[in-house]
Design a protein around this ligand. Structure first.
Ligand code: FES
Length: 584
């Protein structure tokens, strides 16, 4: 922790717009004053942007206008001037083809908005899965002082006396309906029971994982991740964050000071301890790229490998975010990592202190929610990174969500060429498949779907569900919802749509999975694999034609592989906060 605060007072960036008596300064001030602003708000105090992903079409973020008001209280109290602005809001639950296809669009919007606007620092308001990484990516590429407030999770779901979690029970009930164990009417009845309040998914899905990653990286105040959206303390978090960003501007404390390699390693270990979403892999790789940190899939395996999963939350465990908050939340987990020698304790946070200072005095209030290490859900909870001739650039699997007996497995491939092929055949009782087979799904990677859909946990064939089979080995280049579970190999790279080995797997091939050895192997000779790959071409495969125009074409042409974060190649790196020519 070598950060040295800047001198204060000093002339701020916003004064390039508002300072002086030039025609441009008067132009900028005068138009702002049409909102009824006293002159002294533009007199050199820190101007704080509130970057808001509020949208009624992003239901998980629909309460963020309220939180923005609380941020403003804090900014005013600390002597700053808050200004709220909207950015594109990718919603996991309503956006097609995938919210992931729009993460980079949101990040680009955020970056350009922060850089182009007359602000000195920014509060990032996010909640739903992609909004958190998108805002952190955009802010990192500008590198003005930035701090995140999450929207917080929904309250617990309850249905027929059972605790039910966002997403996790959607998958479970959907399988139950297909297995004939639940009626369609009951499924519809459960719908309203799952989403009882404002907020993001209440499981340790991607939204809660990414909120935890923001906190573990040091980009949000300690305790931010778990406070329920409707708890009054969520408003307090927004309020004190508003106060804090003003001081961060005075100190010139920037994302590049906080998002260091140590911070990313802390986040990776935290992900293992919480049983976090595999989506964190692509998002952290992309964020690291924005601040020029050399983070790779191997770092995920190296740092996460021996981390026990101690947070007993769905989808890996039994509780939900509400109980996690009551138990003490993420600070307790980070403290445990520190005690186990798995934390870079000096890693700087937005508070200006090292992360250990923030957590060393917290207490665990429920040892059934945040488990002692000896009772961990799994002793090796980090994301396993697999390699082999089927995934030369890597693939990932979440051990805490997998079936232990399937982690070493050899089986016959049943191949689906794309998601439409899967949907067309999976319910067919004549499909030649049994529980020992390996289901293979192609063309669902970043370029393939497009946007790397969360379909990797493809549902099992009904005829096997009816036999009581609840898990099989599945392999794809897709992602999986953070709320989902199963022995599912994801993010296989290179993806099928660019001619990775996954593209040439055929029905009947034998596939070997050995998670302990980190191995994923297609059991054909090297010569046979080379011949199949030489024969393959995007045109011949007929999958994923280049879109004729628009954002979809840009995405197709410039998205990178899952193993490097699926960012746009031209967005990697930090471009700073300098703006071009004046608009007038
Ligand atoms: Fe938005 Fe889960 S769908 S957080």
């Amino acid at each position: 922790m070598t950060f040295k605060p800047a001198k204060w007072p000093r002339r701020l960036r916003s004064q390039e717009w508002f300072g002086g008596t030039s025609k441009d300064a008067i132009y900028h001030r005068s138009w702002m004053k049409n909102q009824g602003l006293p002159a002294d708000l533009l007199d050199g105090r820190p101007v704080i942007g509130i970057c808001n992903t509020w949208s009624e079409l992003t239901p998980c973020n629909a309460h963020l206008r309220d939180l923005a008001e609380r941020v403003k209280f804090g900014v005013y109290e600390a002597g700053g001037f808050p200004v709220e602005f909207p950015v594109f809001s990718p919603s996991e639950s309503t956006l097609r083809p995938t919210a992931m296809m729009y993460r980079n669009l949101c990040a680009m919007d955020v970056e350009e908005a922060i850089r182009g606007k007359c602000i000195d620092g920014v509060v990032l308001l996010a909640g739903c899965d992609k909004t958190t990484p998108a805002l952190l990516m955009g802010a990192a590429s500008v590198d003005l002082p930035a701090i995140m407030v999450s929207g917080g999770p929904m309250l617990n779901g309850h249905f027929k006396g059972e605790r039910i979690g966002s997403g996790t029970h959607l998958w479970k009930f959907s399988e139950a309906v297909r297995a004939g164990e639940m009626t369609a009417e009951e499924f519809v009845e459960a719908e309203a029971s799952m989403s009882r309040s404002a907020g993001s998914c209440n499981t340790m899905g991607t939204a809660s994982t990414m909120a935890s990653m923001a906190e573990a990286l040091g980009m949000a105040l300690s305790g931010n991740a778990a406070i329920p959206a409707v708890d009054s303390r969520r408003r307090v978090m927004a309020h004190v964050t508003g106060r804090r960003i003003v001081d961060m501007v005075k100190d010139d404390l920037k994302p590049s000071d906080i998002m260091t390699k140590d911070a990313f390693e802390n986040a990776i270990r935290t992900n293992g301890a919480i049983g976090g979403s595999t989506n964190a892999v692509v998002h952290l790789l992309a964020m690291a790229g924005r601040v020029g940190i050399d983070l790779t899939l191997d770092d995920w395996d190296r740092c996460g490998r021996d981390v026990p999963t101690i947070v007993n939350l769905m989808p890996s465990g039994k509780y939900l975010m509400e109980e996690f908050f009551y138990a003490g939340g993420l600070p307790v987990v980070i403290k445990r990592l520190g005690e186990a020698g798995m934390l870079h304790k000096d890693a700087l946070t937005v508070s200006g202190k090292g992360i250990w200072d923030e957590v060393k005095d917290v207490q665990n209030w429920n040892e059934d929610v945040i488990l002692p290490v000896e009772k961990a859900l799994t002793q090796s909870g980090g994301v396993a990174v697999l390699r082999g001739n089927l995934a030369p650039n890597g693939a990932v699997l979440k051990p805490s969500a997998a079936t232990p007996d399937l982690m070493t497995h050899r089986g016959r491939a049943v191949v689906f060429e794309d998601i439409d092929d899967y949907k067309a055949r999976i319910n067919d009782d004549d499909l030649d498949i049994d529980e020992t087979c390996v289901m293979v799904l192609k063309n669902c990677g970043p370029r393939g779907y497009p946007g790397m859909a969360e379909v990797g946990n493809m549902g099992l064939p009904p005829k096997l569900l009816k036999k009581g089979i609840s898990d099989m080995v599945r392999i794809s280049d897709a992602r999986m919802s953070g709320t989902a579970f199963g022995t599912v190999v994801l993010h296989t790279a290179p993806e099928a749509a660019v001619g990775g080995p996954l593209a040439v797997v055929r029905d009947g091939d034998m596939i070997e999975l050995d998670v302990a050895a980190r191995r994923l192997h297609l059991d054909i000779t090297d010569a046979e694999l080379a011949a199949r790959l030489a024969e393959w071409s995007a045109e011949k495969s007929g999958a994923n034609p280049r879109p004729a125009s628009g954002y979809a074409q840009l995405y197709h042409d410039r998205v990178t592989g899952a193993d490097t974060g699926a960012d746009f190649d031209f967005l990697i790196g930090c471009r700073g906060n300098a703006v071009g020519k004046e608009a007038h």
